[in-house]
Design a protein around this ligand. Sequence first.
Ligand code: HEC
Ligand code: HEC
Ligand code: HEC
Ligand code: HEC
Length: 479
Amino acid sequence: MFRFAPILAGLTVLAAMLSAVLARDESRLPAPRSQAVVESLAGTCTSRPDYLGTASCTSSSCHHKSEHRRVVGSEFVTWNSEDPHRKAFDTLYSIRSERMVRNLYGPDAASASKTVACLTCHATGEGQLSKASTSFSLVDAVSCESCHGPAQPWLAAHTRGGFKELDAATKERDFGLWNTKDLARRAQVCSACHVGNPDVPLMQVNHDLIAAGHPRLNFEFSSALAKYPAHWRMADEHARTPDHAWRSWQVGQIAVATAAVRLTEARARRSADGAPWPEFAEQDCFSCHKNLTVDSDRVAYRTPTTAGRAPWQTWYTGALDLADSEAYNTLASLKTHMGKPAPDAATTATRARKALEGLTRRIAYATDREPWTTAQELEASTRIARFSSVNAEKLTWEQQAQQFLALAALRDDLRRRQGQIEAGYELPYLTVRDSLLGQFPNGYDSPRSDPNEMRATRDRQLLLKRLQDGLDGIARSQP
Ligand code: HEC
Ligand code: HEC
Ligand code: HEC
Ligand code: HEC
């Protein structure tokens, strides 16, 4: 697709520079935005444009300094050439997307690229042009302002002297530049699209969307980060957080569970206004989706007492107890309730709100605790690996995949501490991640409802074992 980005970039940068020059006369930085607006992930509708578009970031003196990827100053090049978000808008032109909107809205449905229910996550600024300036383009898909916040309040300020020296929390509080340095905040930013955000209408992938053809979302923060082509210096991350991979995993588990429970709460509450309840996307898919074969896996493996129930899914909480048992315990009563045949919406909402209080406390703990030492990480890896193998037969695919990712995060830290890898997961482990999360049987978005796919297959046991062997090797080589 032909793009006007360079011309627009030039114009917008001129405008940005002009406003920066004008603003220099002021003795201080612009007035802080109202707290509420800054805190709201979604941003709110204002008459001023909030989203200025990628073109406002891509001047050659700013984030497009060279044509080389992964170097400081060329964040645009990294994003434009390797970021999976670059193609999020193009995806809406695919046959799959077009079919999805027809399934949802009928044969006369508008194109997915014009459908708010898709743009909320596949474009920047929820795809709402009313909030965007003329330099903004939907074609820029999920771009800078999706993760760093709408640029209007901070664009001019962030190029001025004194701004760089402010700490990241102040930059968010006073200017609305989201604090992506804070892992909990970062996980919250990603979760808005990768889990869902009840503050923005239609920002969720519910069972209607899945049944229409959307892939089910399986977000895990630390492995998503490891897979994401970073346009920042990983060395800075490791300096800030010595146990970076493990803390990302732990903070991510709690943050992602928080996002999931917020959705549960909102869905239950809004069912009074006609939203579907129980929302099937919250529940274990394979409780309902089965083949009527003689040897169905329920008949073969499950006790009849579980028939007729669709328990709460185990993706978002499948390994939370290993991350932080206190966080997990705050969910106990909600989980029990959601496991009932027809969970009452009002009770669900109340219990979800209670759980959210606990999760908020635990996320603060996981963010602020002392960094773990090598010995602590080795101990945790032994514990998790043992738990996984002892319970392998009882675990769902979701739980096993989550535990594998926990072990992979620990291994990542341990190997880096030994100087064996620079940053990010190693390739073999990314391949394993993909085989757990992505490479399902041909034509499938998930494992099959088949005992051999669902349960701990020998392949999966082997993966866990290989990972454990790697960890043992690290333990042996410790002084
Ligand atoms: C505005 C919504 C939005 C935000 C915010 C967002 N993503 Fe995404 N992300 C998407 C969409 C949509 C896709 C799918 C793109 C496609 O293929 O069309 C995606 C795809 C990805 C992928 C590739 C798919 C996969 O699982 O391998 C990764 C990795 C990823 N995102 C990581 C992140 C991380 C890490 C963050 C936070 C720092 C984040 N995303 C924030 C919407 C978002
Ligand atoms: C809550 C946010 C959200 C909404 C709403 C949403 N999507 Fe997505 N979509 C995602 C994310 C995140 C992914 C990437 C999933 C992954 O790979 O983990 C994705 C993936 C996809 C894919 C698969 C992409 C690929 O490369 O395989 C298609 C197709 C798609 N979305 C189309 C749509 C359409 C059409 C709509 C509107 C009817 C829509 N999406 C609404 C977040 C969303
Ligand atoms: C999917 C989310 C996401 C998108 C899209 C994104 N960023 Fe980032 N960006 C991050 C995260 C996470 C960090 C690392 C934490 C940090 O340094 O703030 C980061 C870091 C940065 C940094 C380094 C900040 C520092 O203090 O070292 C710059 C500069 C930056 N991004 C600019 C951009 C630009 C320009 C774009 C668009 C071309 C963009 N980002 C798109 C998530 C994103
Ligand atoms: C409580 C039972 C229940 C649960 C739980 C459930 N579904 Fe469904 N699902 C259904 C029913 C019933 C239909 C058929 C709807 C129709 O035909 O109108 C359906 C339809 C679908 C379809 C459309 C294609 C087809 O096979 O019919 C997909 C895809 C799907 N569900 C995926 C999922 C996923 C993924 C999950 C878990 C996140 C899930 N479902 C959870 C009951 C359920």
